[in-house]
Write a protein that binds this ligand. Sequence first.
Ligand code: HEC
Length: 119
Amino acid sequence: MNNRLQFVIVGFLVFMACETNVEDDLNSQQDCIQVEEYYTENIKPILESSCTACHSGSGSSGGLSLDNYTAAYSAVKSGDVLDRIQRESNEPGFMPSGGQKLSAENISLIQTFFEMKCQ
Ligand code: HEC
């Protein structure tokens, strides 16, 4: 194989590798946008009606704020939110504290949010 041909082949492979990376980045950016949209549409309203009375701002209960995307995302991703909302209302640690268990529908919306991927 002559040098020039090798050069062309290596160049082509490098080009392909870059193309793939750019595509991956775009895909994961797209995934992240969808996760945030899902939050705004489905999760934010649940948290605002049942949780942010206590979990908001700097004096949040348990030091946990659930009033913005970043904080809510990491609290749900860690499994902490699902753990608390899946308890029965007479069990210790049940959330929303002193309130009624979330509907099965709302719990499953939060479960879906927990399972969504965005790297
Ligand atoms: C009436 C006030 C109140 C409401 C409403 C409430 N919480 Fe809480 N939450 C607390 C208090 C107080 C603590 C700290 C004590 C504890 O850990 O149980 C806490 C702790 C937590 C924790 C553990 C935080 C940690 O890092 O240890 C999670 C997760 C949580 N709440 C989620 C929720 C979710 C989700 C909702 C809504 C569905 C909610 N809470 C509604 C008062 C509340």
